[in-house]
Design a protein. Structure first.
Length: 247
């Protein structure tokens, strides 16, 4: 099995891809690259059994309704809530609230934070991947899934403050990951994993994709399935990192 992780940016310059080849005895990083365009991501997706992309797959239903109504000149509906509560409801998806509940960490909002440009990129990328491998189920029902490396690291007990901005922290985290998962063969890629937080997160995305492919992830609650197909759903691993090879 090959799993691929994508740390998506607004443009190719900050986009990273890592692919891992899994056997019964080892998981080997066979590709780790930063500065990747959509064509190469699609090609990697075709070769992989599972793909995890670190970016929101959609926008909150309430936000879409608000923007559509505002464009049509309809008054803002404040009958449900107002002020900060209203703005928070529009800002976050159901999956964001689910992640917050289980990890005590808010994902970035595709509606209000700097993630917006990357989410636009992701929408076009999902169309391109869908044309190559079949329509993408934003709710995680197919081989392509939305992932959140920072949340998975927290669930695995491997997260460290400032890992996104400090190479020394990533170096230490890599040792911790190798200790927890000694079967992970990073080959000649260590220097790049330490130097680039984008490549590091792409590796974590590829590991989460393994849990997704195994069926070991936190599923969409039945009452949220329709919404997840529009908004997207973040795949959180339901097993520890040390259990990924066993699948």
């Amino acid at each position: 099995m090959i799993t691929t992780g994508v740390d998506l940016a607004a443009e190719a310059r900050g986009t990273a891809v890592v692919s891992i080849d899994w056997s019964s005895s080892a998981a080997v990083i066979v590709d780790a690259t930063v500065g990747v365009d959509d064509e190469r991501i699609v090609a990697a997706s075709v070769r992989a059994e599972a793909v995890g992309i670190d970016c929101a797959f959609g926008w909150p239903d309430d936000f879409v309704e608000f923007v559509t109504g505002h464009a049509a000149g309809r008054p803002v509906d404040l009958t449900r809530d107002s002020g900060l509560d209203w703005r928070r409801r529009l800002s976050y998806r159901e999956t964001d609230r689910f992640v917050r509940e289980h990890t005590r960490r808010w994902p970035l909002s595709a509606a209000t934070d700097r993630l917006g440009l990357t989410a636009m990129h992701c929408a076009a990328l999902l169309d391109a991947i869908g044309a190559a491998v079949g329509p993408v189920d934003r709710g995680g029902g197919g081989p392509v899934a939305e992932v959140y490396p920072a949340a998975a690291l927290r669930m695995w007990g491997l997260s460290r403050p400032r890992y996104k901005v400090d190479a020394a922290v990533r170096d230490g985290m890599l040792d911790s990951i190798r200790h927890a998962a000694p079967w992970l063969d990073i080959g000649s890629h260590r220097a790049l994993l330490v130097a680039s937080d984008d490549v590091f997160d792409a590796m974590i995305a590829a590991l989460i994709s393994r849990a997704h492919a195994m069926g070991e992830w936190m599923r969409v609650p039945p009452e949220q399935q329709d919404r997840a197909r529009r908004e997207g759903w973040i795949v959180l691993p339901a097993v520890g990192i040390e259990q990924l090879l066993a699948g």
